[in-house]
Design a protein around this ligand. Structure first.
Ligand code: AMP
Length: 313
């Protein structure tokens, strides 16, 4: 029985980066987030695929213990995204978005998902995100939502409506500016928090993340990696690790929130080291623990000896 339900795209991606390219590769927001979260809690993925979707996608989910009963198989074609990165690996250029079977998607959560505790509305049409919330008899204790420029451009009203109903929004830097109409990220955060979510996570690629709520701001770096080959899915892997860990803790205090940000950042650092989902499939416990240890040494330092400060008053 999944404690965490993730609804989003299950996709076939065509990706080009300076380090290579892949076509019809396994991807999609719910697919990446599901794999990443599966290292921390019981996950169910809800989405839709077409007749062209390879069985390998379902096998990967099964190998990670993910419940895929909520993935509908349609007669159409699978949602497909084609994107490219030049030497700025922080920003994907979308070349094509083929919504295909997403256009007829009417999400239904299977009975096995009735006991969900947390919900991740991963990047997908905001009208679908709202429908999922409408369909739940009881609101989960934590609702996290992710979106992107495509939906801000095409469905801003629907997006603003659903933002009033969630707890945490994850969005990237450029999209935070686009949604708020503000250049300063601090001003953008204030505007977006005014739209509904209590917590806002701004993803900044290789510069890490900024987390805003009404009381505080928290920052986490991205793990400095020698080889980044394909940033696709970094945001979704971050979000999957983040909400997967929070779900496993069962409480959403400021401390667990900060820990979960570090977990998300560690999971994202695996994702970007290879194309598609290769690097977040089959991770070993020791790899994850080692990465988390490196993270804490990256950010910890002794309290400063402030007695040596020479200014009066
Ligand atoms: P990210 O974590 O932001 O790099 O997300 C990458 C994934 O998002 C890819 O695997 C795509 O299939 C998926 N994707 C791209 N465009 C959209 C869209 N408009 N809606 C939902 N998912 C998308």
């Amino acid at each position: 029985m999944p404690k965490l339900v993730i609804i989003g795209t299950v996709a076939l991606d065509n990706i080009r980066t300076p380090f290579g390219e892949v076509s019809n590769a396994l991807g999609g927001s719910a697919f990446y987030a599901g794999l990443s979260a599966s290292y921390w809690t019981d996950v169910g993925v809800v989405g839709i695929v077409g007749k062209d979707y390879p069985e390998e996608g379902f096998s990967v989910l099964a190998r990670h213990g993910i419940d895929s009963k909520g993935i509908e198989r349609s007669e159409g074609l699978t949602f497909s995204w084609s994107g490219e990165y030049t030497y700025d690996l922080n920003t994907a250029q979308t070349l094509r978005t083929d919504l295909n079977c997403l256009l007829s998607f009417n999400p239904v959560l299977p009975e096995s998902h009735d006991s969900l505790e947390t919900l991740f509305l991963a990047n997908i049409d905001p009208e679908i995100q709202a429908k999922v919330l409408d369909s739940l008899p009881v609101r989960p204790s934590l609702v996290v939502l992710d979106t992107m420029n495509f939906w801000i451009e095409h469905k801003k009203d629907a997006l603003q409506k659903v933002l009033r109903r969630i707890d945490v929004l994850t969005i990237n830097e450029g999209e935070a500016r686009m949604l708020s109409g503000q250049f300063s990220l601090v001003s953008a955060a204030r505007t977006i928090l005014g739209m509904g979510p209590a917590t806002l996570i701004i993803k900044r690629g290789e510069y890490g993340v900024l987390v805003f709520n009404r009381e505080s701001v928290f920052a986490s770096p991205a793990y400095p990696l020698e080889d980044v080959r394909d940033p696709t899915g970094a945001g979704d892997s971050f979000a999957g690790g983040f909400i997967g860990f929070l779900t496993s803790q069962g409480k959403f205090s400021d401390d667990t929130l900060r820990q979960s940000i570090v977990v998300g950042s560690a999971m994202a650092s695996f994702c970007v080291s290879d194309f598609s989902t290769r690097a977040i499939e089959g991770l070993k416990r020791t790899d994850i623990l080692k990465r988390l240890e490196s993270f804490s040494s990256l950010t910890s330092y002794q309290a400063l000896p402030l007695m040596s400060l020479r200014t009066e008053g």
